[in-house]
Design a protein around this ligand. Structure first.
Ligand SMILES: Nc1ncnc2c1ncn2[C@@H]1O[C@H](COP(=O)(O)OP(=O)(O)OP(=O)(O)O)[C@@H](O)[C@H]1O
Length: 327
């Protein structure tokens, strides 16, 4: 990946004389979906806004397609870069369609008329974000998730080459989250967009993003492929003592290093699903799964029947209750 769309060099972001993040050196490439992760209040939104020139940088350089971002006129900037923020914007009596149409402003002028091309792009943006049914609804009456879809549609209507999204999945239901990630991947893969999104939805993004920008507790920005970031132990360091990152599954949980251990056995023909959901139930009861030298053994007998020692349990609820009592 060599086509750098957005680059930061020795960048410091923050407020007045208070630096929030410093020494940021990072590039976002064409066709790349990057995700920015880090703890609450660490500076993700501040960085996103600064990269979009929505707030001034403190020091350093930001380049958009090789040009210092400060050299671009507002119209040039809006033609290249769109940002979707989580802030609630005052939209008055606008309907969904009008909100998305605002995205055409860099192409038509603020009071410009929409031509056929503009209308086609707006329809396409509504369609792509599954927001067509919201086009004729007053935005002030929409749910957070519905409004979020329209804000993303508006950004797409802008036809940018760089798309920044600050916590776009925050208000979305599970299906919509996955749909959004799929949509962003199609924008990067098929249309070569460069996309950066900040999120707390780390597990999903570890699976799907091309790269991760991680802000460590020491406020250092580290970037790399999700697997590199996971293997290097950076995700474990992102957490406080109350939580742990399991590098095997790429998921977060609380720290089970000191928990009792359980071994799970099952007949040859036991389904993999039953085995893995049994393991989840056992973990939920407070045990760490271990293949050797476990404190207890949970035997899967058949769907809906487990044996622990000489105790037969006939539902997941009784299995978990029994294990919790025995801990
Ligand atoms: N307008 C502001 N003036 C001064 N400080 C601010 C302002 N906005 C945010 N901050 C501070 O800057 C720091 C970074 O905030 P920011 O919103 O960028 O964090 P974040 O990583 O996006 O957090 P979250 O995950 O909770 O959304 C915080 O300490 C915050 O209090």
């Amino acid at each position: 990946m060599s086509d750098v769309r957005l680059g930061a060099t020795d960048l410091t972001v923050g407020y007045r004389r208070r630096a929030v993040l410093s020494n940021i050196n990072v590039n976002l490439h064409a066709g790349e979906l990057a995700c920015l992760i880090g703890a609450n209040g660490i500076g993700k939104s501040t960085l996103m806004r600064t990269l979009a020139r929505a707030q001034p940088r403190l020091t350093g350089r930001i380049e958009l397609r090789g040009r210092p971002i400060t050299d671009l006129s507002p119209r040039e900037l809006a033609g290249e870069l769109a940002i979707v923020l989580t802030d609630r914007v005052a939209v008055g009596q606008l309907h969904g369609y009008d909100l998305v149409a605002l995205g055409r402003a860099p192409h038509t002028g603020w009071f410009g008329r929409l031509d056929d091309t503009d209308r086609r792009v707006i329809e396409q943006a509504l369609d792509t974000t599954n927001a067509g049914h919201l086009a004729h609804r007053p935005v002030s009456e929409l749910s957070d998730g519905e409004r979020q879809r329209l804000m993303i549609a508006r950004a797409l209507a802008q036809q940018p080459s760089v798309l920044l999204l600050d916590e776009p999945t925050a208000f979305l239901d599970v299906a919509a989250r996955l749909e959004l990630i799929k949509l962003l991947l199609s924008l990067t893969d098929e249309h070569g967009l460069a996309v950066l999104m900040s999120t707390h939805d780390v597990e999903h993004m570890l699976r799907h993003a091309d790269s991760v920008w991680l802000v460590t507790p020491e406020r250092e920005l580290i970037s790399g492929a999700p697997e590199e970031i996971g293997l290097a132990g950076h995700l474990r360091r992102m957490l406080n003592d109350a939580a742990a990152f399991d590098p095997r599954t790429g998921t977060f949980t609380w720290d089970t290093r000191h928990s009792a251990t359980a071994c799970i056995t099952a007949p040859q023909d036991c389904s993999a699903d039953l085995l893995s959901w049994t393991a989840r139930a056992v973990e939920r009861a407070g045990y760490r799964i271990s293949e050797h030298h476990a404190d207890i053994t949970v035997e899967v007998r058949s769907p809906g029947r487990w044996l622990v020692g000489s105790h037969e349990l006939d539902s997941v609820a009784t299995l978990v209750a029994y294990l919790r009592n025995g801990r």
